[in-house]
Design a protein around this ligand. Structure first.
Ligand SMILES: *[C@@H]1O[C@H](CO)[C@@H](O)[C@H](O)[C@H]1NC(C)=O
Ligand SMILES: *[C@@H]1O[C@H](CO)[C@@H](O)[C@H](O)[C@H]1NC(C)=O
Ligand SMILES: *[C@@H]1O[C@H](CO)[C@@H](O)[C@H](O)[C@H]1NC(C)=O
Ligand SMILES: *[C@@H]1O[C@H](CO)[C@@H](O)[C@H](O)[C@H]1NC(C)=O
Length: 494
């Protein structure tokens, strides 16, 4: 309402001054959610004007404009706490109170009078007003699931799935992710695929069932916080219980496409019925009621609560112990440290997934997952709660800072250093997934602590007391505060 008022007022002012009517600017920018703005009533009822101008407008032919008639200034730009501090300090800028925010940091940048993607800038202050230490060029390392196309199931209300793969995040070659919803009792259709599938339950419970090439079978029930893994090619089913479910799938192939899996419905639709009759020793009429298309995500008959009723084994037996396809990670107590906690699940305890190494990290407000890198694997990250930022440093001299909120995917190439700082007021919870036989990282603080002091001092010129206090043990998380007032003039961030 206020916005419309501003637009009408500016048109009125421009007309009253006898200036040319602006053609860009009135509606070219978005100062807030579009849905809340009443569009002006259309006043044009007949066609007039030409589609193109003529050669009188070519430079040299056209009259010179008067630059004084074309202001490109921003009245009363609003800066937020920390925005005027030294750009290299790189304080987190909370743009929520700035309407609109300005891409200024310390001496860097200038106001923005032009069209803008307002809400994206508020969500991504470190892209819009980067820390002065950001340098060079890096491809995007982030993809919010909120920008993914959401594919509905084949039946009303049955569920949906949205994915991140190299189509949307080209750098993420080693892993892809899918966020899937199943309504109460709905199925993800029986299927298989060429990638290995690692999954974290986000909400609710499901029953999973699968077999392997030896004819060993597996069935289990998993709930929020639990994990499953299905090896490449092993066919499986997933069915939600009465309360429905949502889960996160991580595949060991960045090109994975959730729309390209081998479905049991298509298997039966794409083979001659004569062959099906021979294969299953069934009368041809047995195939009269096959589904006519893909089921994908569809409503099902409630699973019996007693899992024994759905446990079928051959002479090869069941997949148990270290061959189990599930891990009840929700029941693993976290390792707590000052500033947060971490749980690790890797092949040392879940050997069926030989290359999936994961950490579930909780970082308290103001605290930070320490500066580190992974030695042999890229990291696929998913943000489950809160907001945070990270800077990825790539040799020789590039770095870029990205902001994340719950629902965001991050991807850090192998050996790129990074930290994850909680930028919000609630606990930040995120998942790190590696393609590695063991979860591993190099801690910058521990590396320096285990390097001869003289060597560190000769390189970095750090004060002795800092070098003396470096942690011999890997801290994983570092405590901190977010008081920008305290930091703007120097001081401590912890
Ligand atoms: C589940 O079913 C099995 C096999 O039918 C039966 O032996 C078992 O007692 C049942 N368990 C419960 C808790 O009802
Ligand atoms: C299924 O049955 C097998 C024995 O045939 C057993 O080893 C396995 O634990 C059972 N699974 C469940 C989930 O009860
Ligand atoms: C799983 O494998 C590890 C390492 O070989 C072994 O110590 C452990 O006993 C195994 N666990 C089961 C349940 O077989
Ligand atoms: C932040 O730090 C400043 C300067 O040290 C101090 O005056 C202020 O009280 C602090 N604010 C909070 C919320 O702690």
């Amino acid at each position: 309402m206020t916005r419309l008022h501003d637009i009408l007022l500016s048109i009125f002012v421009v007309r009253a001054l006898g200036l040319p009517t602006p053609q860009i600017g009135d509606y070219g920018e978005n100062s807030g959610p579009v849905g809340g703005v009443d569009p002006p009533t259309p006043t044009v009822t007949s066609i007039s004007g030409s589609l193109r101008g003529d050669s009188s407008l070519l430079g040299g032919n056209a009259p010179l404009p008067n630059p004084d008639d074309h202001p490109a200034s921003v009245q009363d730009p609003q800066l937020v706490n920390g925005q005027e501090a030294d750009a290299k300090l790189g304080l987190y800028l909370d743009f929520n109170s700035a309407n609109p925010p300005q891409p200024i940091r310390g001496d860097n940048g200038a106001t923005d009078p032009g069209p803008r993607t307002f809400d994206y800038e508020k969500l991504n202050p470190d892209l819009y007003a980067p820390p002065g230490t950001d340098s060079g060029s890096l491809p995007s390392l982030m993809w919010p699931m909120g920008l993914s196309h959401n594919r509905p199931g084949s039946q009303k209300g049955a569920g949906w799935a949205r994915q991140q793969n190299t189509d949307v995040l080209p750098i993420a070659k080693a892993m892809a992710g899918v966020d899937m919803r199943l309504a109460p009792n709905a199925y993800r259709e029986l299927h298989w695929h060429t990638a290995g599938e690692w999954a974290l339950m986000l909400k609710g419970c499901v029953r999973v069932a699968a077999i392997n090439d030896e004819g060993q079978s597996f069935v289990d029930d998993v709930c929020e916080g639990d994990v499953w893994f299905f090896p490449p090619g092993d066919p499986h089913s997933i069915q939600a219980f009465d309360e429905g479910a949502e889960f996160l799938l991580v595949f060991d192939d960045g090109n994975f496409n959730e729309d390209g899996t081998f479905l049991v419905s298509e298997l039966f639709l794409r083979n001659p019925i004569e062959v099906l009759s021979k294969d299953l020793h069934a009368d041809v009429s047995a195939f009269d009621n096959l589904p006519t298309g893909q089921l994908y995500i569809f409503n099902g008959t409630p699973a019996p609560k007693n899992i024994s009723a759905q446990n079928i084994t051959s002479s090869a037996g069941a997949l148990t112990g270290n061959a189990s396809f599930t891990y009840h990670w929700s029941q693993q107590a976290p390792h707590t440290v000052p500033g947060g906690s971490v749980k690790i699940l890797d092949p040392l305890t879940f050997p069926v997934a030989p290359m999936f190494s994961a950490a579930l990290v909780t970082v308290q407000p103001g605290a930070m997952r320490e500066l580190h890198w992974h030695t042999t694997s890229p990291e696929w990250a998913f943000f489950l709660q809160g907001s945070g930022r990270l800077t990825a440093f790539s040799a020789p001299a590039s770095s870029r800072t990205f902001d994340f909120t719950a629902g965001g995917v991050g991807y850090i190439p192998t050996a790129f250093s990074h930290y994850v700082e909680n930028t919000g007021d609630e606990d930040l919870v995120f998942l790190e997934v590696l393609q590695a036989p063991k979860f591993s990282d190099i801690s910058v603080a521990q590396w320096l602590a285990l390097t001869p002091k003289q060597v560190v001092k000769d390189h970095l010129h750090l004060p002795d007391d800092v070098i003396d206090n470096l942690p011999l043990e890997k801290p994983i998380i570092r405590t901190g505060n977010r008081n920008l007032t305290a930091l703007a003039g120097g001081g401590k961030a912890f």
